[in-house]
Design a protein around this ligand. Structure first.
Ligand SMILES: Cc1cc2nc3c(=O)[nH]c(=O)nc-3n(C[C@H](O)[C@H](O)[C@H](O)COP(=O)(O)OP(=O)(O)OC[C@H]3O[C@@H](n4cnc5c(N)ncnc54)[C@H](O)[C@@H]3O)c2cc1C
Length: 611
């Protein structure tokens, strides 16, 4: 087998020795040891005749409860030891707010920071990629084998096909032998069945088989939590640590890549990368390929810093143009989120907050977690629902929203690529086949410190297929400066309407039996927020990202929307690839991490087949 790094300063595949790392050359240098990057590294090192070097800015956080313990979600957010903690530029259509954009900075990337919801999009979501002219199996049939390959799902215990007693889900379409352990919750708060029953009373059907190609309506979602440990499962543990003994894999942590080294020509050849540790610059060679897995924000940033992008932008920062492609950093699409908080009548009901206010409950749950790896510490939000607009907009309201959208689209003077995307989304919206809005229930309050004697739960609502398109571009030639992130939230009025209505439905569901008897009052937005205008104001003041940005180094046609071809090779190069969420051409109506892993799995097979 190939041997990496003869200085051998690495401990089981992980090193901080930048000079030792840079002395070597690797067949594949992967930039970013995040969700996709570590999954790809693990699959490529199955080929014993190749070497892989991964460079990650963050460090290994396995063993840290803020990352490992599901109930502690949110505790690492904004802490720059774990989070890049970016912000948007002022958002024109959201009261000029600068909105936080959290991104994981650690081995495992955003999969170490995320909320562990594990699900996939509808067949429609992926098939629309093919409709955009993208070949090579970038559709449901082509991705399903990889969605299955990444996971080992422990079936939901009851396998109940409906909401009676506790929610269950059909266990079709689940992988049984992939690296990532996936489970269904073993703790459900007493409010959750009432929540799902109230939502059904509002006309939302139960979906017993959300993984089978239709992820609309209401279902019990799985989570990337390992039933054997009760901890987060993610690429750092299950792709990297599981394979760290391989002699052909080395991960350099604590190093930030600042540039891809490119040899001009036709095509341009990537020869390695430049990176910085503690102010010292190093270069490392890649003899076969450089792969960018730095995520939707930093992959386009690195392309631009290296001279691949829109010439007007590059020239502004004196960066010589190596490949002109004005689609780099464009096509930014995201989901949005709004949290609504409700106070409960009974301050002793089990929630994640009760852990810090009730010592008896905490002791009981500590024992469950330590002894059995179960209980509320392993809890994640699992009551998910994705709604076509028809569920919550009358035909007259829908017609009016669509007509406004059409006139805004006409005025926006879209490119052919953008206009094709808008037409696909509009057709899905009219057919009611894709969820435009998502709701979920969380047994606790994520945002505020728990207080004894008061208990809260959250309902989150999301815009899941926004029409708005933004961008991310460098705002400086300094590679260590954050890029300018402009999601352009609510560019189209319909995107805001969906979120405002979602916030109203979150309120409605708490006023509907059987959930209503648990809820004392809405606390944020408070009871003062009643009219449509009040809700709109609340949304403008509070809407944030759902942390699902995609599309900024998109799969797509050359010169007409695409940055990478359908083998994920950057146009104009022979051996620079992108493997992360930035290649997703059209947002899916789902939480996206399972799809990002599937992209990495598919990329590994594409690379292996050419090796
Ligand atoms: C707070 C939060 C909650 C979320 N909740 C969910 C959820 O519940 N379910 C779900 O499905 N999805 C969720 N997501 C989304 C999902 O986690 C991400 O879409 C996915 O992890 C992105 O994977 P990626 O490989 O594209 O990027 P990342 O995993 O972010 O990986 C990029 C890696 O590159 C590194 N990097 C970047 N630039 C450089 C550089 N120049 N040099 C060296 N290293 C660099 C980063 O540090 C990072 O480790 C959430 C995301 C967040 C942030």
């Amino acid at each position: 087998a190939a041997v990496v790094n003869p200085r051998d300063s690495r401990i089981n595949g992980l090193t901080t020795d930048a000079a030792g790392f840079a002395e070597q050359s690797y067949n594949y240098v992967i930039v970013g040891g995040g969700t996709a990057g570590l999954a790809l590294a693990a699959r490529l090192t199955e080929m014993t005749n190749v070497t892989v070097g991964v460079i990650e800015a963050g460090v290994l956080r396995v063993g840290d409860p803020k990352v490992d313990t599901p109930a502690f979600i949110g505790q690492a957010l904004f802490d720059t030891d774990y989070d890049w903690n970016f912000q948007t530029v002022p958002q024109t259509h959201v009261s000029q707010r600068n909105i936080a954009i959290n991104r994981g900075k650690m081995l495992g990337g955003s999969a170490g920071l995320n909320f562990m919801i594990w699900q996939r999009g509808s067949q429609r979501d992926y098939d629309s990629w093919s409709e955009l002219g993208i070949g090579n199996g970038w559709n449901w049939d082509g991705l399903l084998p990889y969605l299955l390959k990444t996971e080992t799902v422990t079936p939901s215990p009851s396998d109940v096909l409906g909401y009676s007693g506790r929610v269950g889900t059909n266990n079709n379409f689940e992988g049984r032998s992939g690296p990532l352990p996936i489970q269904y919750n073993n703790f459900y708060s007493p409010m959750e069945t009432p929540y799902s029953e109230a939502l059904q009373a509002l006309g939302v059907p139960f979906n017993p088989d959300p993984d089978g190609g239709n992820s609309t309506n209401l279902f019990n979602s799985a989570a990337c939590v390992d039933p054997n440990t009760g901890n987060r499962s993610y690429s750092a543990v299950n792709y990297f640590l599981a394979n760290q003994a391989r002699s052909n894999l080395v991960v350099l942590q604590g190093a930030q890549v600042t540039k891809i080294n490119l040899t001009p020509g036709s095509p341009v050849v990537a020869t390695g990368v430049e990176f910085v540790v503690d102010g010292t610059t190093y270069n490392v060679s890649a003899t076969t390929e450089v792969v960018l897995s730095a995520g939707t924000i930093q992959t386009p940033q690195l392309l631009e810093l290296s001279g691949i992008g829109n010439p007007t932008i590059l020239e502004q920062y004196d960066i010589p143009v190596v490949i002109a492609n004005s689609d780099v950093g464009e096509n930014y699409q995201d989901h949005t989120h709004v949290v609504s908080q409700f106070q409960l009548n009974d301050p002793t009901l089990p929630t994640t907050n009760l852990l810090s206010t009730n010592a008896t409950f905490q002791a009981e749950q500590d024992a469950l977690y330590l002894d059995d790896h179960t209980g509320i510490y392993t809890y994640t939000a699992s009551d998910l629902s994705f709604h076509p607009m028809q569920q919550f907009f009358s035909p007259i309201e829908l017609a009016s929203s669509i007509s406004q959208l059409q006139s805004e689209i006409s005025a926006a003077n879209l490119s052919e690529w953008q206009s094709k995307q808008a037409q696909i989304q509009l057709a899905d919206l009219e057919a009611g086949t894709v969820g435009q809005m998502e709701l979920l229930f969380f047994a606790g309050d994520i945002g505020t410190a728990a207080q004894s004697g008061t208990e809260f739960v959250d309902i989150l609502n999301f815009g899941s297929r926004h029409f708005s398109r933004g961008s991310v571009h460098i705002g400086s030639s300094d590679p260590l400066a954050a890029p300018l992130i402009d999601p352009n939230y609510f560019q189209y009025t319909i995107d805001k309407e969906v979120v405002v209505r979602g916030t109203q439905i979150a309120r409605n569901v708490t006023q509907t039996a059987p959930l209503a008897s648990f809820v004392k009052a809405p606390t944020n937005p408070s009871t003062n927020v009643t009219s449509e205008a009040d809700f709109e104001q609340f949304v403008l003041e509070n809407v944030g990202t759902e942390w699902h940005p995609v599309g900024t180094a998109s799969l797509g046609p050359q010169g007409a929307g695409g940055v990478v071809d359908d083998n994920l090779i950057v146009y104009g190069t022979s051996n620079l690839r992108v493997v992360d969420a930035s290649v997703i051409p059209l947002q899916i109506a789902a939480h996206i991490q399972a799809t990002v892993y599937a992209i990495a799995e598919k990329a590994a097979d594409i690379i292996k087949s050419g090796n």
